[in-house]
Structures are given as C-alpha cells and as structure tokens.
Design a binder for this molecule. Structure first.
Ligand code: NAI
Length: 334
C-alpha cells in the first residue's frame, strides 16, 4: 500500500499534469473574486490567471499576496490579455456575465450573457482548445450549448471537456435537507439531475437516505428556486456569489483531482449526455464520473418514484427549449 502510493506520488511529480494553470474569466465579479481566492487556496492549482473586462489586475495583485505557492496574474482587459490568460490553461471557469435582479428568471439573462459567453468561448477555442471548460454564467441550460456550438464551428469541440456547473444545486439540496433532518450536510448525498433553472432542477430524494422527502413539495420547490431566496435578499445587488464560489471551487478541484489520476471522482454536472438524446435533449445533468480526459462515465439517473417521474417530464420540456435557444443563437450570430 505504502509502496504503491509512493510510486504513484513519484509518477505524479514527473507528470506535466501536476502543473495546473487555472483561468477565471469574469474574475473581478461577485463570483469571480471569492472563486479566485478559493482557487488560490487550492494546492493543486499552480498558476492562477485572472481576466475580466474591468478590475482583474487589482484582484490579481490582491490575491497574489496570499501566501500559498501558486503564481497569480491579473491580465489586462484586451484581446492580448485574454489570450495570455487562456494560453496553456488546464481548467477555464467562466462566471462572466450579468446576474439576476428580483423578478428575473435565468432565461431573462440570455440576451446579455449569450454574446459574452460566445465571445469568451471563441477565445478559449483559439487559445486553450484542450482545457476543461466550466461554465457558470447563466442561463447554464443555454450557455453550455452555446460554447459547444462555438467549439464545433472552430473544429475543436470535445464533449468530454465541457461542463455546466450545477454543483450549487446539490450543495443547496444537502444543506436544506440537513436543516430539516438535523444532520451534518456533509453526510447528505442528494442527487440532483436535469438542468440549472427552476423546474429543470430535479432533486431525487427517493435515492437519498430520506426517501420520504420526495413527497415534500415545499422542499423540492426550495431546491428548484433556492437561488431566488438570495436574489430577493440581495434586493437588486445580484444573485448567489459566495455559495456559488464555493461550489465552483469544488467542481474545479474535482476536475483537477481526476486529471491528476484520482479515481472515483463523481460530480453532478450538465454535459452532452446520451440519457435523453432520443427525446431531443442533448445536454443533461446527472452524476458524472470524471477522469484524466474529462468526462469518464455518465451515470444514468437510476430509479425514481412517481413524483420524480413527473418532475423529469416537466424538466425535459423546458430544457429542450433552453438548449435549442442556445444552438439557434450561435447559428444566427456565429
Ligand atoms: P457580476 O456582475 O458580479 O460579475 C460578472 C463579471 O463578469 C463582472 O466583473 C464583469 O466585468 C465580468 N464580465 C462581463 N463581461 C465580460 C467579458 N466579456 N469578459 C470578461 N469578463 C466579463 O455577476 P456574478 O454575480 O459574479 O454572476 C456571474 C454569472 O454567474 C451570472 O450570469 C449569474 O447568473 C451566474 N451564476 C451562476 C450560478 C450557477 O449555479 N451556475 C449561480 C449564481 C450565479
């Protein structure tokens, strides 16, 4: 056991994969700043590249004083700055874009964020075509297909490396359940499938250690619309940023752990998926095992009860439209 882990450690040391450059696009925003800080605290990140259309040199200078080993640079807001931030990156996180205000759905952000994400995806396709892309910008149900289309147009699309970040939905679900059941959220493993907005978010409590909760309509709704609680409380100042930064940092860490050879790393994430392709839904979030090349295994959703079956039906209708909207946007505005 000891010898094996020693050999493995030596193999890792020799591996270029251990040099992990991570790029954040939108690094000076509400999510971008705490996300960048958490990435600075992650020993797997050796180089942190921060880009934004405003303020990234300042955020970079600030975070660079944190005394962990990685190097940090905040790049200028220019095409050259963006190119340099992306070059050689292993993981690119995209929280760039406007957040919701009270009364808005994530789809209301489409008009602004679709072009931001398209343009950043074009730069990534050019300068870091092999990186794993973690899309945080909303509406995730549409921005992920937008990135896929841009990468297809550039001839560099690899479905194993494109992830919509839905981690916050499972973070919320486990937290909300622990509040009801008076447990430690770290012991609550709640599967959430579908997409990342409203009814496309489907928690599968029947698979958890509290199957009774699947009939708790209020809890299901809270998981689906938990983001609204934050939007309302922030009262016009945006949506979840701190909890999202934690969720994004966890997802990035999982991608890096798997890239560095760790086995059994499973995260829920919105990826190109065979699960509902026959119903015209090309992207779907389910438990995904990550590996050195990105997506390793897309797990089926598993057994669900009658209530959950209905939720999935509602999810698929909306999700299909959201995906088509993203694809159509790139076709019309390449
Ligand atoms: P924010 O407005 O505080 O920050 C966005 C940042 O993006 C700003 O610093 C802005 O300058 C930057 N930006 C805009 N256009 C850019 C471009 N072309 N290139 C580089 N940077 C650019 O917004 P916040 O709160 O950080 O939210 C960001 C996005 O994340 C929103 O779309 C929001 O809806 C989404 N979000 C996603 C969640 C998820 O679970 N996936 C959860 C919460 C928010």
């Amino acid at each position: 056991m000891f010898a094996a882990s020693k050999i493995q450690r030596r193999a890792f040391t020799a591996s270029a994969r251990n040099l992990s450059k991570v790029t954040v696009l939108g690094a000076a925003g509400g999510i971008g700043q705490p996300l960048s800080l958490l990435l600075k605290l992650n020993p797997r990140v050796t180089e942190l590249a921060l880009y934004d259309i405003r303020g990234s040199p300042g955020v970079g200078a600030d975070i660079s004083h944190v005394n962990t080993k990685s190097s940090v640079k905040g790049y200028d807001a220019s095409p050259e700055g963006l190119a340099a931030a992306l070059k050689g990156s292993e993981v690119v996180l995209i929280p760039a874009g406007v957040p919701r205000k009270p009364g808005m759905t994530r789809d209301d952000l489409f008009n602004t964020n679709a072009s931001i994400v398209r343009d950043l995806a074009k730069a990534a396709a050019k300068h870091s075509p092999e990186a794993s892309l973690l899309i945080i910008a909303n509406p995730v149900n549409s921005t992920v297909p937008i990135v896929a289309e841009v990468f297809k147009n550039a001839g560099v699309y690899n479905p194993k490396k494109l992830f919509g970040v839905t981690t916050l939905d499972v973070v919320r679900a486990s937290r909300f359940v622990s509040e009801i059941k008076d447990t430690d959220p770290k012991d609550e493993n709640i599967t959430v499938v579908g997409g990342h907005s409203g009814v496309t978010i489907v928690p599968l409590f029947s698979q958890s250690s509290h199957p009774d909760l699947s009939s708790d309509a209020e809890l299901v709704k809270r998981v689906q619309f938990g983001g609204d609680e934050v939007v309302k409380a922030k009262d016009g100042a945006g949506s979840a940023t701190l909890s999202m930064a934690m969720a994004g940092a966890r997802m990035a860490d999982s991608v890096l752990r798997a890239a560095q050879g760790e086995k059994g790393v499973i995260e829920p994430t919105f990826v190109e998926s065979p699960l509902y392709k026959d119903q015209g839904v090309d992207f779907f979030s389910s438990q995904v095992e990550l590996g050195p090349n990105g997506v390793e295994t897309i797990h089926p959703i598993g057994p669900v009860d009658a209530a959950e079956e209905k939720l999935i039906e509602a999810c698929l209708g909306d999700l299909k439209k959201n995906i088509e909207k993203g694809v159509a946007f790139v076709a019309a505005n390449p």
